[in-house]
Design a protein around this ligand. Structure first.
Ligand SMILES: [Zn+2]
Length: 165
């Protein structure tokens, strides 16, 4: 699967719920997992590969996670800083503040409802991918100054691809 890059309008759309849990869904999820694996990323959301559905996959330490129709139903009060990157914004890594823990409700590949308490890296990646389903990217969460500098640098890298970091 091709991973869409910042600038593609699909990345800014709100994704719609998964209604049908069939073989096609399983195939999409399998392909997303192998795309994520070959890209050596931690998470990949449907919209990043042109699937405008509320689902994302995560691979951390060879453990594979599939979240369908996720809903973050709890967030810790404490926020932590962590350096994020995104397969749709290659070459850029920046610190983002987010709650350290989340409680997430979602459906598994068979449509069964699940609830998970996540912390650490998993909580971080969940929140990053969850944003993708609402057309939001991690660079939207930077402070104004950093964000401005980022977008300038990104525009330059598009116009002069050789200078891309
Ligand atoms: Zn991302």
């Amino acid at each position: 699967m091709e991973i869409l890059k910042l600038g593609n309008p699909i990345l800014r759309d709100k994704a719609s719920s998964v209604e049908v849990f069939d073989e096609n869904l399983k195939l999409d999820v399998e392909q997303m997992l192998s795309t994520l694996e070959s890209a050596k990323g931690l998470g990949l959301a449907g919209p990043q590969v042109g699937i405008e559905k509320r689902l994302f996959v995560i691979i951390i330490d060879d453990e594979r996670w599939v979240f369908i129709n996720p809903e973050i139903i709890g967030r810790s009060d404490d926020k932590v800083r962590y350096e994020e990157g995104c397969l749709s914004i290659p070459g850029y890594y920046m610190d983002v503040f987010r709650p350290s823990k989340v409680k997430i409700q979602f459906q598994d590949i068979n449509g069964k409802m699940q609830i998970l308490d996540a912390s650490g890296l998993l909580a971080r990646v969940i929140q990053h991918e969850y944003d993708h389903l609402d057309g939001k990217l991690f660079v939207d969460r930077l402070d104004e100054k950093t964000q401005e500098a980022f977008f300038k640098s990104w525009e330059r890298s598009i116009k002069h691809p050789r200078r891309r970091p």
